[in-house]
Design a protein around this ligand. Structure first.
Ligand SMILES: CC(C)(COP(=O)(O)OP(=O)(O)OC[C@H]1O[C@@H](n2cnc3c(N)ncnc32)[C@H](O)[C@@H]1OP(=O)(O)O)[C@@H](O)C(=O)NCCC(=O)NCCS
Length: 303
């Protein structure tokens, strides 16, 4: 048996999907869906430098993407050391990306927890999937005076949009950032619909947005024929917070998803992000699935 860890190449996309789909079927983690795989693959392929693959006898059997906090080995290839090797490479990738720690999602069920313990990780915090109580009344959005809202379009250079996203998430409990290439790739996907996003700008500087929401209509799940609305990202620049923009953008996202036929509406939030969590709960969202993050500082890893 020969084993290898190597960088991801664009031609590996189908193999990456195969590993994720096999895990979806075998591990059946709550809240993880075929649609979620699509999003994650699109995001990974948009920033391919951050992924490494495990290969056994020429077959791709696992991957690590520290940025997505995801390390997965194909169910048929487990307990052969691929996870351990991917973890070591994941540390290198995280260090190259400028991070001083590696974070991974460790689902509550399955082998993840003993694996994470064996790798020296410890629990840090949890991301929660929230779902809006079906049928609950959510007020229509009403933006405060002095701002204007519109969908993204030619008026907004992609670089400015990405700068806004990055600035709005720079102080997030687990800071997030995006590149222009990545967002360009995501927006070039066949299912992308710009009308499910909205940007807010000061009325006197309409070309300079200060807040945004990105929602997405996911295909129906299981026996339910209705699409699933996902309010994927809401961001407000720090100096524009506290004026109700986040609340109104959330209301807009819910109204938009409902007008497209969604009955179930989901979003995810860091439990540490108490302000956002409070807003979502007051709007009628309830926690459904917990995704714990575990972490390990680089310095704690023996060399
Ligand atoms: C968790 C996962 C990545 C482990 O991959 P793997 O290739 O089987 O891991 P390794 O063979 O390198 O195992 C390394 C160590 O982790 C521990 N470990 C891994 N799986 C375990 C299990 N099922 N039960 C107990 N300990 C386990 C052991 O200490 C193991 O060392 P050992 O084999 O010398 O005893 C794999 O099971 C997986 O993909 N699970 C689904 C995705 C997931 O949960 N990812 C989150 C990872 S934090």
């Amino acid at each position: 048996m020969s084993t290898d860890i190597r960088p991801f190449r664009p031609a590996d996309e189908p193999a990456l999907r195969r590993v994720m789909e096999a895990s979806l079927e075998f591990d059946a983690f709550p809240g993880f869906t075929a649609d979620e795989i699509d999003h994650e693959v699109v995001s990974m392929v948009g920033a391919p430098d951050g992924i490494a693959l495990a290969v056994e006898d020429g077959v791709v059997c696992g991957f690590v993407s520290p940025r997505h906090e995801n390390l997965t080995v194909h169910p048929q290839y487990r307990r052969r050391g691929h996870g351990r090797r991917l973890f070591a490479t994941g540390m290198d990738l995280a260090a190259k990306a400028g991070s001083d720690e590696i974070d991974l999602f460790v689902p509550l069920s399955g082998p993840a927890r003993p694996f994470a313990q064996a790798m020296g990780l410890s629990y840090r915090s949890s991301l929660w999937l929230l779902e809006l109580t079906p049928g609950i009344a959510v007020p229509e959005p009403a933006l405060p005076a002095g701002v204007v809202a519109r969908a993204p379009g030619d008026w907004l250079p992609l670089q400015r949009y990405v700068d806004l996203m990055n600035a709005a998430f720079a102080d997030h409990p687990s800071p997030l950032s995006w590149t222009v290439d990545e967002i360009e790739h995501a927006q070039a996907q066949p299912g992308f619909d710009p009308t499910t996003s909205l940007l807010v700008s000061p009325a006197d500087r309409p070309e300079e947005p200060v807040a945004f929401v990105r929602a997405f209509l996911a295909p129906p799940e299981s026996d339910d024929p209705a699409p699933v609305g996902q309010v994927r990202l809401i961001g407000v620049l720090p100096q524009w917070r506290g004026r109700g923009l986040g609340r109104e953008l959330l209301r807009w996202g819910v109204a938009q998803m409902r007008s497209h036929g969604a009955v179930r509406i989901q979003l995810s939030v860091e439990a540490e992000n108490e302000l956002a969590l409070g807003l979502y709960r007051r709007t009628g969202f309830e926690p459904t699935v917990e995704w714990p993050h575990w972490t390990c500082p680089m310095a704690a890893i023996p060399h």
